[in-house]
Every structure is written in C-alpha cells, then in structure tokens.
Design a binder for this molecule. Structure first.
Ligand code: C5P
Length: 243
C-alpha cells in the first residue's frame, strides 16, 4: 500500500507517503550520526524519545502561533506531518557559545552571547553543510531577502518560546537548529524535528561542563550515559507540558 512507500531516508528519520499527498509519515530512528555521518551509532530508545519531545514542542509552538508541519503522533516513534517544499538551509540560533562557534571564533565555551545569534548553513552533505553569508545565500537563490528576514524573525520568536519552556524544565537552551519549508499556500512553516539531536541542552543544576550535557554532544564527544540524558530531557519536557 501507499503507506509503505518510503520517499526519503535521512540519517535520523524515514519519510513515508500516505494516501493523502499533502500528508507524510515520519518514522524516527534510533540511529545516530555526527560529523557529517563520519561517526555512526545507535541511541537505544532515541526514535521514540525524539518523536515525543518534538511532538510536545511543535504543539507548544503551534499554540503560540508559529506554523509548523506537525499534525499528530500516531505512535511514539511516528509523526504525521504536512508535506513541505524544504528550504535547503539549516537555521541555527545560539544563546551561549558552544560547538562550531567556539571552534571558528575562539569564543570560550559557555560564554553568554549579548544577543541571540542566527546563522544560516547550506543543507548540503557533499559540501559539509557550510556556513553561508547573506550575500552567498542570495547569490545561490536559496531564499529571497523577504524570506530571509522572515526566517530570522521566526527563528528568534521560536528561540524565546523554547528558551522559556526549557528554563521551566530546569534546562538551558544553548543553541539549536531549525529547518523550514513552504506549504501549499506558499507559507513558511517549521519542519524537521526539535530534540536533543538538534539542540544543545544543559542541566541548569549541574556546574560540571561534561555532566551538565543532556544532548547529542554526549554521543559526539563519547561522554557516556547518552540514553540517560535523552530520557532526562523527555521526562522534564513531559512534566513541563502537563503544567
Ligand atoms: O555544530 P554547531 O555548533 O554548529 O551546531 C549548532 C547547533 O545546531 C547544535 O545544537 C547542533 O546540535 C545543531 N545542528 C544540527 N544539525 C546539523 C548541525 C548542527 O542539529 N547538521
């Protein structure tokens, strides 16, 4: 049946067609990759955890007026989403210096930024997802100037909502990656997922720079207790969502 036609298999998800061409079924996998898939592994339970966390966060954003691709969650590791024409950009928002920002600028890890930084990366595995300048992005016609302004404004609004939500969960939202697409009405809509795979999340009650890490950096940097960290984020997100 059409239910089983896989349209696309990514590193963390498989997208299936459904009987309705406007609706796709996303299956969240336990597979984990890092450094452009040079490091591979599995995080047991990750598919269900990331799907459940993402579902909560998409519902939160929708309730705050942010259009997303989210429809519903028919199984713990399955999400029904609106089909979107994907904008080939990874939009990264940073509140605190970490990761590639530190590697490329020398800012110390943990430095609180004076304002949230919004960055655009070219979603292109062959090129290693390079950081783009505004001019390069326009040169490549990856977005119009209006779309760029809209993407930045939307990313900053999402940052405020998520920062507040994670703070209520005693978690610091350090940085995160978003992907957007265009729906049938030509409206920009948030796609992909929001999970410990795509966010840096630090436990507010931990001082130790390794122990505080509750996200995919545990896998990237072989810090151990990866599953525990993902479970901890799930538990706190569920608690905060119930309130
Ligand atoms: O590696 P970098 O510091 O640029 O990552 C910034 C944020 O974007 C991190 O939260 C990371 O998990 C996320 N990211 C992602 N997918 C990528 C690159 C970065 O989710 N391909």
């Amino acid at each position: 049946s059409a239910q089983h036609i896989s349209l696309y298999e990514g590193k963390a998800k498989i997208l299936y067609a459904t009987d309705d061409p406007k609706i796709l079924l996303a299956h969240f996998k336990d597979d984990a990759t890092a450094f452009n898939a040079k490091k591979r592994g599995q995080i047991v339970g990750k598919g269900e955890i990331n799907c459940t966390i993402s579902s909560h966060l998409f519902q939160l954003l929708e309730a705050s007026g942010i259009p997303t691709h989210y429809i519903d969650t028919p199984a713990p590791n399955q999400m029904r989403v609106q089909a979107l024409k994907i904008v080939p950009l990874e939009v990264v928002v940073r509140n605190i210096a970490a990761g590639s920002l530190c590697q490329q600028t020398g800012l110390p890890v943990g430095k609180v930024l004076p304002y949230p930084l919004v960055e655009f990366y070219f979603k292109n595995d062959d090129l290693g997802d390079p950081l783009l300048t505004r001019d390069r992005l326009l040169l490549l016609s990856l977005a119009t100037p209006e779309q760029l302004d809209q993407l930045k404004a939307s990313a900053l609004q999402i940052n405020e909502i998520l920062t507040d939500f994670f703070h209520k969960s005693r978690i610091t939202l350090v940085d995160f990656k978003l992907e957007f697409g265009i729906d049938q009405q030509q409206q920009l809509r948030l796609g992909d997922e929001i999970s410990p795979d795509t966010c840096r999340l630090w436990d507010e009650s931990e001082e130790d720079p390794d122990r505080r890490v509750l996200d995919k950096d545990r896998f990237r940097r072989d810090l151990g207790q990866v599953e525990d960290a993902y479970q901890q984020v799930l538990k706190r997100v569920q608690e905060t969502s119930r309130k």
